[in-house]
Design a protein around this ligand. Structure first.
Ligand code: 8YV
Length: 326
C-alpha cells in the first residue's frame, strides 16, 4: 500500500476549509503552531516523513530546519518575500522554494498610496483632531499637496510597477532606482531611472520596495536620510530591516525628513514602547500590505497549488530557485 506524502502546515491563521481539503485529499497533514520549530515540537519519526511544508515568513527555512526535516522536498511560502529562507542551504539540500508573487501587487500598492495620503494630508491626526473637539477651537493646520511632486521608488519590481501606475494618477513625477534598469517600465512611461543618490535627493515621497537580504539589510540609513529633503516622506512596505530603524528615528526626531509611513518594522509585532509609537510624524500599520480577504485568499490558493504541484510532479507556478526543478 502506497503511503501518502506527509506535509507540515504552519500558518498564523487557519487555511480556508476548501483549501485545507485540497491538501487533505492528497497528503497527511501535520499542523505546527506558527513560529514553532519542528525539531522542538515534533518527534523524529514524524519529522522524517515530511516531504513538504506550507508556511509564512514567520517560519525560518535554514540549515537546522532542513536537517530536522531530512525528507523535505518543497517549502511553499505564503508570501512574496522569502527572507525567512536560506536559499543557498535550500539548494544544497535540494529543497524547492515556492512563493506567491503578483497576486498581492495591488493590495500592497494600495497601502503605499494610503500611507502617502495619510502623511501628506495628515489624515490620522485630522481624525483625532475632530474626535477630540479641537475643531471647535480652530481649523486643522494646513498640510501639503502631492500633485506635481516627485515619487521616488527604491526598487522597481512587480509591486513597484503597480505603485508607479497608481501614483501617476496623482499627477506625480515617478523616478526609480533598481539594481537593473527596467526598460519596459520606462518604455511604458511608468517611471524614469535615476542614480541612487539622485533618487533620495529629489524625492518628495521615497518608497522602499526592495527585498530583504544580506545585501539590502540596513541599506537605507543615516546617509540616505541626510540626502533627503527635510520636507520629504519615507514609506516602507517591504521589510523593516531594509531600514536602519535607529537612524530613521534620529532623522524623524531631528527633522531630516518630514515623516515616515511604515507597514513593516524591524521588530514585529511592534511593542507599544517603541520610540516609533511616540513620534507624531509617523504613520504605522501592522504589516497589512497584503492583508485583505481577497488577496490573502489568492495567496493561499497559489501557495497551496505550488505545494500540490511540486509534490505531484507538476511544475509549480512560482519558484524562488527554479533551477532545482529544471
Ligand atoms: C505576507 C508579506 O502575507 O508577502 C509578503 O512577503 O510580507 C505579506 O504579504 C506575510 O508576511 C505573511 O503573514
Amino acid at each position: 500500500m502506497t503511503t501518502r506524502p506527509r506535509i507540515l502546515v504552519s500558518l498564523p491563521v487557519a487555511l480556508p476549509g476548501d483549501l485545507r481539503a485540497e491538501l487533505a485529499a492528497r497528503f497527511d497533514i501535520v499542523d505546527l503552531p506558527c513560529g514553532s520549530r519542528p525539531a522542538d515540537a515534533l518527534p523524529a519519526d514524524v519529522r522524517a516523513g515530511i516531504q513538504g511544508q506550507l508556511i509564512t515568513p514567520h517560519s525560518r527555512v535554514d540549515q537546522d530546519l532542513m536537517q530536522s526535516l531530512p525528507g523535505l522536498r518543497v517549502s511553499s511560502n505564503c508570501s512574496v518575500g522569502y527572507d525567512n529562507v536560506d536559499v543557498a542551504a535550500a539548494n544544497r539540500h535540494k529543497v524547492l522554494i515556492c512563493n506567491t508573487p503578483n497576486v498581492l501587487n495591488g493590495a500592497v500598492a494600495d497601502v503605499v498610496v494610503g500611507l502617502m495620503l495619510c502623511l501628506a494630508r495628515n489624515l490620522v491626526a485630522g481624525d483625532a483632531f475632530v474626535r477630540s473637539g479641537a475643531w471647535t477651537r480652530g481649523p486643522f493646520p494646513l498640510t501639503h499637496d502631492i500633485r506635481g511632486k516627485t515619487f521616488g521608488l527604491l526598487g522597481m519590481g512587480r509591486i513597484g510597477r503597480v505603485v508607479a501606475r497608481s501614483v501617476q494618477a496623482f499627477d506625480m513625477k515617478v523616478t526609480y532606482h533598481n539594481r537593473r534598469r527596467d526598460d519596459e517600465a520606462e518604455t511604458l512611461g511608468l517611471a524614469s531611472y535615476v542614480d541612487r543618490d539622485t533618487l533620495f535627493r529629489e524625492a518628495d515621497v521615497l518608497c522602499v520596495l526592495i527585498p530583504l537580504n544580506a545585501e539590502t539589510r540596513h541599506c537605507v540609513g543615516a546617509r540616505e536620510f541626510g540626502m533627503m529633503k527635510p520636507t520629504a516622506y519615507l514609506i516602507n512596505t517591504a521589510r523593516g530591516a531594509v531600514l536602519d530603524e535607529a537612524a530613521l528615528i534620529d532623522a524623524l526626531r531631528g527633522g531630516k525628513i518630514a515623516g515616515a509611513g511604515l507597514d513593516v518594522m524591524e521588530t514585529e509585532p511592534l511593542p507599544a514602547d517603541s520610540p516609533l509609537c511616540s513620534l507624531p510624524n509617523v504613520v504605522l500599520q501592522a504589516h497589512v500590505g497584503s492583508a485583505t480577504h481577497e488577496t490573502r485568499r489568492a495567496m493561499s490558493e497559489l501557495a497551496v497549488q505550488n505545494l500540490i504541484d511540486a509534490l505531484t510532479g507538476v511544475r509549480p507556478t512560482a519558484m524562488v530557485n527554479p533551477e532545482l526543478w529544471d
